[in-house]
Design a protein around this ligand. Structure first.
Ligand code: AMP
Length: 138
């Protein structure tokens, strides 16, 4: 399996398509999922190419997980979440749809189930939540 630099997250990294960015450093980017399964659902990706866990370098995994931890703690504080679900899928049969490594950060609240996948979010609401996350990360 090789890396295809036309995948949608590679286009987001190159700013060829829009995204709602909430955090970046030298090695990683975090942006809001536009089909959010929970309020504050966002994705952490490495800035360098790899498909997923199976071909990522230890350095890419370390950088992505460090940012995932940072964003998860920010979401707990900024959104008064009760917990965080972290998801990461590998290859189509493993549930992966976009073939650039990414970790899902899903804030959770007691008694609130995840929404079904594939439902477009309200972009104004996503923007408001992104503002809170950015403030907590700054
Ligand atoms: P998966 O590859 O199954 O781990 O999931 C890919 C995720 O990317 C899904 O949660 C989608 O909602 C999300 N997604 C797809 N296109 C975009 C986009 N243009 N901006 C933000 N999130 C996206």
């Amino acid at each position: 399996m090789s890396y295809d630099d036309q995948n949608i997250f590679a286009k987001i990294l190159r700013a060829e398509i829009p995204s709602t960015r909430i955090y970046e450093d030298d090695d990683t980017l975090c942006f809001m999922d536009i089909f959010p399964r929970a309020d504050g659902h966002c994705l952490v990706i490495p800035k360098t190419p790899c498909r997923n866990l199976l071909d990522a370098s230890p350095a890419q995994m370390t950088a992505v997980m460090a940012t995932a931890q940072k964003v998860a703690n920010a979401a707990m504080a900024a959104l008064q979440a009760d917990g965080i679900t972290v998801q990461q899928f590998n290859e189509g049969p493993g549930g992966q749809e976009v073939f650039h490594l990414h970790v899902h950060i899903l804030p959770r609240w007691s008694g609130v189930s995840l929404r079904p996948a594939g439902q477009p979010g309200d972009m104004a609401r996503i923007g408001d939540i992104a503002d809170k996350l950015r403030a907590a990360l700054s």
